[in-house]
Design a protein around this ligand. Structure first.
Ligand SMILES: CC(C)(COP(=O)(O)OP(=O)(O)OC[C@H]1O[C@@H](n2cnc3c(N)ncnc32)[C@H](O)[C@@H]1OP(=O)(O)O)[C@@H](O)C(=O)NCCC(=O)NCCS
Length: 343
C-alpha cells in the first residue's frame, strides 16, 4: 500500500543512552533430564561443561523470531515510557530469521505498526546485539535518528542436531528475545564506546551451512538427508578463541575510556557457556556480584542473550544509575565485540 510517511529530521546530538529494556522467554522449559530422554547425555556432563540446567525452546504453534522480538520490544517501550510511534529506526540482530528473505526487522516492524521507518537486519551471531547497539549509537551520534529500537531474537532449537552426534552443541543453544530502546541524550553519560571485530578465517568453526545459495540447487533430497542444515560447532576451538577475545575486547573498551577493571560495576558477558564467563571473571578478578549470568536457566540464546541478561539484571536491581556496565561477546564468524555504558 502506498502512503506518505513521516519524514525524520536530523537532530544533531552526540550521545546515546539505553532508556528501557525488555525480554521474552518462550514458555517451554527443556531441562537436562528432558535431553537425557532424546540423546546420550547426562545432567552432570551438561552442568560440568556448560553450567546449563535448563533452557527455553520455542513452541512452533506460537513463537516466531519476529513475534518474540515484538513482545520483548513492547516491554522495552513500556519500561522506557515512550510510545511506539516515537521509534525512528529498527536494528534487528538475528542469525535465525523467519524467512530466507526479507529479514525479520520488517516483520517485527509490521507487527508493531511502524511501517515506513527503516529496518536493518544484523547477522553477527552472538556478537549481534553489540553490533546492533553500535549501529544505533552511530546513527544517534550523527543526528540521523533520535530513538532506535535494538533487538536480538533467535530460534536456534529448530536447527539443532538432537541425535548423539550433535549433542555437544544441542545441549547449549536455545531460544529467546531481548530488546533495548536507545535514545539521544544531552547528558554526559550513556554508551561510552563500542568495539567491533571479526575474523572470517574461522567461519566454519561454528555455522549452519544450508540452505546456502552458492550451489545449482538450493534444496535437494540429498541435502535434506544430510546434516548441513544443523548447527555445527567445533567446541574446543570456539572455547580457546573465546577466552582470548573476551579478555582482549574488554580491555580495549576499558583503555578507550581511561577506565580500569575495578571501575566495572557489572559485566554482562554473552551467555556462551558458564565456563567461559567464569574464566573471564577470574582473569579480571571480578567478584560474583559484578558479573551477570543467567545461562544456567536460559542456555545460549545467541544475539538475544545480552539484551535478555540486561533486562533481567535491571529487573533484579543489579544495574543502577551511574553504574559502569561492560558488555562483551564472542561467537560465529568469528566475531567479537564490547561496549562500555555509563548507566
Ligand atoms: C562444547 C563443549 C562444552 C564440549 O566440551 P569439551 O570438554 O570440549 O568436550 P569434547 O567435545 O572434547 O568432548 C569430550 C567428551 O564428551 C563427549 N560429549 C560431547 N557432548 C556430550 C554430551 N552432551 N553429553 C555427554 N557427553 C558428551 C564427547 O563425545 C567426548 O567423548 P570422548 O572423550 O569419549 O570422545 C566445549 O567445547 C565448549 O564449551 N566449547 C565452547 C562452546 C561455546 O561456548 N559455544 C558458544 C559460542 S557463542
Amino acid at each position: 500500500m502506498a502512503g506518505s510517511f513521516k519524514k525524520r529530521n536530523r537532530i544533531g546530538v552526540k550521545r546515546s543512552k539505553i532508556i528501557g529494556m525488555g525480554h521474552y522467554k518462550p514458555e517451554n522449559i527443556v531441562t537436562n533430564e528432558d535431553l537425557v530422554q532424546i540423546m546420550n547425555t547426562s545432567n552432570e556432563w551438561i552442568i560440568e561443561r556448560t553450567g546449563i540446567e535448563e533452557r527455553r525452546w520455542f513452541n512452533p504453534e506460537k513463537d516466531t523470531v519476529s513475534n518474540m522480538a515484538t513482545k520483548a520490544s513492547k516491554m522495552a517501550i513500556e519500561k522506557a515510557g515512550i510510545e511506539t510511534k516515537d521509534i525512528d529506526f529498527i536494528v534487528f540482530a538475528t542469525i535465525t530469521p523467519d524467512y530466507f528473505f526479507p529479514g525479520s526487522g520488517v516483520l517485527m516492524q509490521r507487527e508493531l505498526g511502524l511501517q515506513g521507518i527503516g529496518a536493518l537486519d544484523i547477522r553477527n551471531a552472538c556478537s549481534g546485539f553489540i553490533y546492533a547497539l553500535s549501529v544505533a549509537d552511530q546513527f544517534i551520534k550523527t543526528g540521523m535518528y533520535k530513538t532506535v529500537l535494538v533487538v536480538g531474537s533467535e530460534i536456534q532449537s529448530s536447527a539443532l542436531d538432537k541425535s548423539d552426534e550433535g549433542r555437544s552443541s544441542s545441549v547449549i543453544f536455545a531460544d529467546g528475545a531481548g530488546a533495548a530502546i536507545v535514545q539521544a541524550t544531552d547528558e554526559p553519560k550513556g554508551v561510552l564506546s563500542t568495539h567491533l571485530h571479526a575474523d572470517g578465517d574461522h567461519a566454519e568453526e561454528l555455522y549452519v551451512k544450508d540452505p546456502g545459495s552458492s550451489r545449482k540447487v538450493r534444496l535437494s533430497k540429498e541435502l535434506l538427508d544430510g546434516k548441513s542444515f544443523n548447527l555445527t560447532m567445533n567446541g574446543n576451538t570456539v572455547f580457546k578463541h573465546a577466552v582470548v577475545r573476551f579478555s582482549e575486547v574488554i580491555n580495549e573498551a576499558l583503555e578507550a575510556n581511561g577506565k580500569s577493571k575495578e571501575d566495572i560495576d557489572l559485566l554482562v558477558p554473552h551467555q556462551a557457556n558458564l565456563r567461559i564467563s567464569n574464566f573471564v571473571q577470574k582473569q579480571f578478578q571480578l567478584p560474583d556480584e559484578k558479573v551477570y549470568n543467567n545461562i544456567t536457566k536460559l542456555g545460549n540464546t545467541t544475539a538475544a542473550s545480552i539484551p535478555i541478561a540486561m533486562s533481567e539484571a535491571l529487573e533484579e536491581g543489579r544495574i543502577k544509575d551511574g553504574d559502569l556496565i561492560c558488555l562483551a561477546a564472542f561467537g560465529s564468524g568469528f566475531t567479537w565485540a564490547s561496549a562500555l555504558i555509563e548507566w
